[in-house]
Design a protein around this ligand. Sequence first.
Ligand code: GLU
Length: 447
Amino acid sequence: MKTAEIMQRLAAKHPGEAEYLQAVQEVLESIEEVYNQHPEFEKAQIVERMVEPDRIFTFRVTWVDDKGQVQTNLGYRVQFNSAIGPYKGGLRFHKAVTPSMLKFLGFEQTFKNALTTLPMGGGKGGSDFDPVGKSDAEIMRFCQAFMLELWRCIGPDQDVPAGDVGVGGREIGFLNGMYQKLARQYHTGVLTGKGMTFGGSVLRPEATGFGALYFTQHMLHKAGKDIKGMRVALSGFGNVAWGAAIKAVQLGAKVVAISGPDGVCEIKDGITPEMIDYMLVMRASNHNKVEEMAQKFPAQAKFTAGKKSWSVPCDIAMPSAFQNELSLEDAKELEKNGCKICAEISNMGCQADAIHYMQKQGFLFAPGKAVNAGGVATSGLEMTQNAEHLSWKGEEVDERLHHIMESIHEQCVKFGTQADGHVDYVKGANIAGFMKVATAMLEQGII
Ligand code: GLU
């Protein structure tokens, strides 16, 4: 297998699908050497099969806004790979959603889910619906209209969606209600990230952020460092940044930045519990403006319009908002300000040249599919609880999450340790995920 040749073919077949091609390129680059040591992979055309989704559903979603006007959006579900279990992955509601974006996310999800140790395949879905400025009633009507199409594609042993950007507990509640109404199936395991009164798992909302910090702790520990006292810059202020902020503070770190599409809030003395709670209020408002944090806490938070979190001096950068949110220039600025650690929480949060630069400059760098896997892992734990018709205590979920993140870190070290002893976490995560999915595909024949 030659990455360049495969990429050329894929680019010709899927012109303009930039995010998808970027995600595939990163994985193929990492696995090429290992792949070529296994002629059985080549014989079964594992890579050629793995880079294409099993299927994609595309549907029209029509709903009525508060003014009585008819609105039409597009909805999608990408069922990427089911070699190791039912399709599993979130739904993204964002105005920029395209098939390319969901294909990249579904592809990433396949490897991430393989790393979790749980039997979950990869999927992703969503819509170009823009939640910004929408009322609760509009969100509900959109979710119901979206489910009117989606329900036929999903099921607890088939495909289990969850949240992602623009889809949190509120949206999952509306989606789940409509699913039950349409399917007349009342099992609890068809969506994850549910409310605690209808089959949700304790700690699922916090899990992506908590898991990211557990992973980072292991990575720092391996490098002989301690997170205590370190300054952490997060981006965004959504569910992921919220969970990460809680755990970072619990572990003795200082969260010095959060951001939004409007700019950055620098929090010199570190985020407080009141500010962390306020992140939830900001998310629920659908205003999508981080400036509101500085308006509410003017003595602690300084807002700068148009700037990113990477302009704030920090020790650990944790992109936690959107793909490609950290550029080469941002990486250089981080380094100039003394930062040498980056743990990606968002999916493909860093641009490829930024990752290459950071690795060359000796940053400790870990990719999203390892760092953020605690979210989907806890979704897997929610599925287990639903299948058992039980709900576990917080300590049990937290302990399992911790073990899973430790195991992901171990897999990265196993497959990513280089001749000079340093760990290439990008390679480690990609090879570990790939080997599991490839082996599962190989053993199940040509299908
Ligand atoms: N959207 C999250 C992710 O990117 C969670 C998916 C899930 O829980 O299924 O992994």
